[in-house]
Design a protein around this ligand. Structure first.
Ligand code: CP
Length: 314
């Protein structure tokens, strides 16, 4: 079975649900989708259910759907929905599935997307569930890294910042297990990776170095920075203690040399100085733009009636 067949009608809940072949097929499809591919999803409807704030994920899914000729329904604020009257998530999903062909959900509760997928009869795509997973961010991260470096194997990738609560870090680290990548984890000890993920990586011999300072992480090919996840801290006092605990400034970035690629899922708060932005390796805005391309490819693979190979993607 070709990897394309593995996507059709499929839920996208966790990056680790996808094989290496499937990930590579998605990236290859996305590269093709850099070109205009026509209204492949005309007549299809995507529902975007965002129970948490978002700029990039929601708007790039919506843009992708519109660019493919489909339509979008949904909400960006649960206060405008009948959840405020006490409707359960499961009932909300059972209603919405009747209005659309696929659902993108973002929710503060870990496991919410899995729960929605167990209920829905249409594909559910996880747009981020608590601190757990953000698989479509991972897909566009992989796409950006491969586009910038020409490869995914043989790289040294450092994750910097709030490694404890950042779902983008958790998703990407698991996906990179498919590739020959040396991973390092950089940041304050209080924000280090969750123990379960440390054990998963450790069991595969891939936990790599855990260091506090950026200078201790050199050399790297890719530095993946993440903001402090204020909304995930159970104790606001801990957030206050940590909120300025790390930062990438231009001098620190330049010490890695001119070939360093700097990624960030955004939004940025203070953890990357704005004068880093014009370094040639600062890719975070391009990374966000790649979100439309990658989500176009994903939606087409999940929703298209025809095998994507029919569009010259085999
Ligand atoms: N990267 C990302 O998920 O951004 P948003 O929170 O704006 O969707």
């Amino acid at each position: 079975m070709s990897p394309a067949h593995g996507f059709r009608g499929r839920h996208v809940v966790s990056a680790e649900d996808f094989s290496k072949d499937e990930l590579l097929h998605l990236l290859d499809t996305a590269a093709f989708f850099e070109h205009d591919v026509g209204p492949r999803l005309a007549g299809k409807i995507l529902a975007t259910l965002f129970f948490e704030p978002s700029t990039r994920t929601r708007l790039s899914f919506e843009s992708a759907m519109h660019r493919l000729g489909g339509s979008v329904i949904g909400f960006a604020d649960e206060k405008a929905t009948s959840r405020t009257k006490g409707e359960s998530l499961a009932d909300t999903i059972r209603m919405v599935e009747g209005y659309c062909d696929a659902i993108v959900i973002r929710h503060p509760m870990e496991g919410a997307a899995r729960l929605a997928a167990e209920t829905a009869r249409v594909p559910v795509i996880n747009g981020g569930d608590g601190s757990n997973q953000h698989p479509t961010q991972t897909f566009l991260d992989l796409y950006t890294i491969r586009k910038a470096t020409g490869r995914l194997d043989g790289l040294r990738v450092g994750f910097f910042g709030d490694l404890r609560y950042s779902r983008t870090v958790h998703s990407l680290a698991k996906a990179l297990l498919h590739f020959d990548v040396a991973m390092s984890f950089i940041g304050p000890p209080m924000l280090r990776l969750p123990q379960e993920l440390r054990e998963t990586l450790g069991a595969r011999g891939r936990l790599g170095r855990e260091v506090e300072g950026l200078d201790d992480a050199r050399p790297l090919d890719v530095l993946y920075v993440t903001r402090i996840q204020k909304e995930r801290f159970p104790d606001p006092a801990d957030y206050e203690r940590m909120k300025n605990a790390y930062r990438l400034d231009r001098a620190a970035a330049e010490r890695f040399g001119p070939d360093l690629k700097i990624l960030h899922p955004l939004p940025r708060v203070t953890e990357v100085a704005t004068d880093v932005d014009d370094l040639p390796g600062a890719l975070y805005f391009e990374q966000a733009r790649n979100g439309v391309t990658v989500r176009k490819a994903l939606l087409s693979l999940v929703l298209a009636d025809a095998d994507a190979s029919g569009g010259g993607l085999a």
